[in-house]
Ligand binder design. Sequence first.
Ligand code: CAA
Length: 380
Amino acid sequence: MDFTLSEEQLMIQQAAKDFAQNELLPEVIERDDAQKFPAEQVKSMGELGFLGMMVDEKYGGSGLDTLSYVLVMEELSKVDASASVVVSVNNSLVCWGLETFGSENQKQKYLTRLASGEIIGAFCLSEPEAGSDATSQKTTAIDKGDHYVINGTKNWITNGGTAEVYLVIAQTDVEKGHKGINALIVEKGMEGFEIGPKENKLGIRGSDTHSLLFNDVKVPKENRIGEDGFGFKFAMKTLAGGRIGIAAQALGIATGAYELAKKYSKERKAFGTEIANHQAIAFKLADMHTKIQAARHLVYQAACDKDNGNDYTLSGAMAKLYASEVAMETAVEAVQIHGGNGFVKDYHVERMMRDAKITQIYEGTSEIQKIVISRSILKD
Ligand code: CAA
């Protein structure tokens, strides 16, 4: 396995690093405090091509590989996980799903604008009673001939208030179970579609998370993605790639927290020397570095599996499971190394600790990743 980056990948990585330092870092604490969506930064990321990274250039994307996308996610997440989740959802869950399974008409109408960053999208699967148990959809999309009528509620939707296009998973035929589920494209402003209140969250507070309410929303049949009944498979296939993006986000948070802790430990003095000279601190850094490197290998492997046309459901789930646990552990230790300073906002690591937690929850909890992994390794 050779993860040597190409000239192009190194340039993209550097561009993301510069953007994170120059555009995301300056007001990241204030945005977190105020739960402010990074609107201007998202616009700039669109201009840089970060919002449709893997989409073909003919649909307004950057035409890059998954590894480049992972490198960008990692760099952005070192600084601002609220901004990077917008990139992850738009790229992996919205653009990828539309490009891979959408009709030509849907690509022309929606993908081109999403990939260029003109608008952003949201992926709407979770419900009050269908989070991990995703086949238990209560939102209905009743077939009325030339259109569907959607009723129900979706929860915890990233980009919920700011998106213009929503990929909504809903049950059309209850008798058919998961084979009776459809994925429909809903536009902001469609009659009966209402955006619920914004969630007040522990972490990624700058990201825009809402519940969504559907009350007799009429959606034309041409907005269905794939064949009738393809909606659950669409969600699962899309999430398999989405998990690589979240794994990269977790890797970035871990790396960002580790780098801050390392720097601090070489500056802060206690008992007559820099704290890095105390083995208690040096060993923490050694553990962090080792685990981050192991996580990086899993994440890059999953990205390469996707780029090489290999199955990536297992490698993506392993990458997300491990990287998110390393992110949480590393961020907690980074706060510990910072001592009292770690507990106040100015030093960034307390925010990273709060942000890390969501990587163990969204796009499939750690427990769901273990279901995916164990089913995969036990099937033969
Ligand atoms: N690719 C293709 N098909 C898949 C698949 C995959 N990766 N995983 C499952 N399927 C198919 C199965 O083959 C099966 O189809 P068949 O009957 O034709 O064989 C069908 O889907 C149902 O699968 P299961 O019987 O395995 O279903 P299950 O009820 O046991 O659940 C699960 C499987 C993996 C636990 C699934 O429910 C799951 O992934 N749950 C977590 C959902 C999730 O990740 N939610 C995150 C919300 S999105 C989000 O967080 C976005 C955000 O805003 C950041």
